[in-house]
Design a protein around this ligand. Structure first.
Ligand code: ATP
Ligand code: NCN
Length: 190
């Protein structure tokens, strides 16, 4: 599952858990973006903070892991590179699924090397409150839209709540609330 995870929240974790259950996946690898070039209109938190929050949030689940491939690769983060790097690590014969929300799936044809993406992985778009998927012509058999329990949580709302002094308990794992406080993240609104 790729994401900026700024911060990671329970919407991400439920999506990963639901997809893992539905497809009986052996492992879900969370891949925090290094430089999410489409989010450059706001200041994205340091990759290391987003990576560490992702590790903290996923630590208790034996089937969840976190990869540094995007954080460690220089330049803008493209999913085509993520999939190539992950395929190299897991080796031939591994079936890869790329987990996204319906909003990201709707934009996928505009991603770098979009045609090639579908040769490297099966794409799973999870339903997300407030986002309707208008199929932009996604290739049949390469994409699944999965209905998951609705959690109307976004990282932007979490950041805004922190900046305004409102609680984010139970929107994110407890360790993430504590990490955000410890590092003084999101004190200023986007
Ligand atoms: N509540 C949710 N339910 C389902 N999918 C989600 C949810 N929140 C995020 N996602 C999906 O998780 C992936 C990573 O999301 P991302 O890290 O950008 O979080 P975000 O909450 O969308 O962030 P922001 O509010 O900053 O745009 C995306 O594919 C996104 O669609
Ligand atoms: O490859 C691309 O061109 C591309 C463009 C935008 C987003 N993505 C990926 O989509 C995932 C969710 O991105 P984001 O910015 O919504 O957190 C993350 O893994 C990004 O690297 C990928």
């Amino acid at each position: 599952m790729g994401g900026t995870f700024d911060p990671i929240h329970h919407g991400h974790l439920v999506a990963a858990s639901e997809v893992a259950h539905h497809f009986q996946l052996d492992e879900v690898v969370f891949v925090p973006t290094g430089r999410p070039y489409q989010k450059s209109e706001r200041l994205v938190s340091a990759p290391e903070d987003r990576y560490l929050m992702t590790v903290i949030a996923t630590a208790s689940n034996p089937r969840f892991s976190v990869s540094r491939v995007d954080v460690d690769r220089p330049g803008p983060t493209f999913t085509i590179d993520t999939l190539r790097d992950v395929a190299d690590i897991y080796g031939p014969g591994t079936d890869l699924y790329f987990i996204t929300g319906a909003d990201a799936l709707g934009a996928i044809l505009g991603w770098q090397d979009a045609d090639e993406l579908f040769e490297l992985a099966h794409f799973v778009g999870c339903t997300r409150p407030g986002h309707t998927l208008h199929d932009p012509g996604l290739p049949a058999g390469k994409v699944t839209l999965l209905e998951i329990p609705a959690l109307a949580i976004s990282s932007s709302e979490c950041r805004q709540r922190v900046a305004e002094g409102e609680p984010i308990w139970y929107l994110v794992p407890d360790g993430i609330v504590q990490y955000i406080n410890k590092r003084g993240l999101y004190q200023v609104a986007d």
